[in-house]
Ligand binder design. Sequence first.
Ligand SMILES: *Cc1c(COP(=O)(O)O)cnc(C)c1O
Length: 330
Amino acid sequence: MNQIPRLKFAQLPTPIEAMPRLSTHLGGPRLFIKRDDLTGLALGGNKTRKLEFLVAEAQANGAKTLITAGALQSNHCRQTAAAAAKYGFECILVLSGTKPDAPTGNYLLDSLFGAKFVFVENRADRERVLKETFDQAWADGKRPYLVPYGGSNPTGALGYAFAVQEFLSQGLEADWMVFGTSSGGTHAGLVLGQRAFGFNGKVLGVSIDETESWLKAHVSALATEASQRLGTRFEFHPEDVLATDAYCQAGYGVLTDLEREAVQLFAKYEGILLDPVYTGRAAGGMIDLIRSGFFKPGETVLFWNTGGQPALFAEMYQMGLLGQPGANGL
Ligand SMILES: *Cc1c(COP(=O)(O)O)cnc(C)c1O
């Protein structure tokens, strides 16, 4: 286990805090929050834990350039660009959409870290452009290392397996962990950590944009593969993975009443910031589950705050967060 290459730049352990005022307001279970928005590395978030393993692997491979892809307001791209700056890599980001006039939110920060950009207008072209960008960098002698979407491969997922070990050392008895899941690496790591380190509660991913069946298949395969790096192969099957896709019908990054209410409630009752795309949607789903009686009275629910706050300052979400008519993040 000790031989897995890992850099140490995350601020760990992240705190666990009680949310008594929000719990009372919702009349629901005892709510706690794991502050992975405080992991460090350029305003924190869940990609920090993954990048400790991914950047170590890039170094071990002799890479000189990190290439990755995501949405314009990708937190993953922002944190990858920061890690590249910190460890002396060049960074190329393949971003979906058109180059915006105003640099705001994560995209502004990407520029400060010195990342170079390739914009892909048509999402269908993203895979091809990413591959062309990688091949060109290789041909130019830049020794590129491809960081997968969301940092979600077996290497990146290890960050969240060890996060469960960290959580268990903090002594909170939780019945549930709830968090936003998208590319599946966080989810796979948590599921693997649950089994490898013995967490007795349940691990429930609230989908940001993928179907439940895709998540179950993808996360179980990823967790199985990642387990081999820990030295013991565990077999995970789709039915071992808990996920709901009930809250992502609006589409990726579209701000609806669900996210807006969650962002506002966490802010007003606990002074905690969520983000419009991921934690807002995940917390909105959790709040709906509380209201519909999904959790049993007396249960303890840990919400994993995976970060993303820079998107609060993205032009595309600003009006929508305050509930201005016609502003929905598009
Ligand atoms: C990337 C991200 C997620 C989703 O994590 P995955 O490992 O891609 O499923 C959740 N929250 C925030 C803030 C993110 O940036």
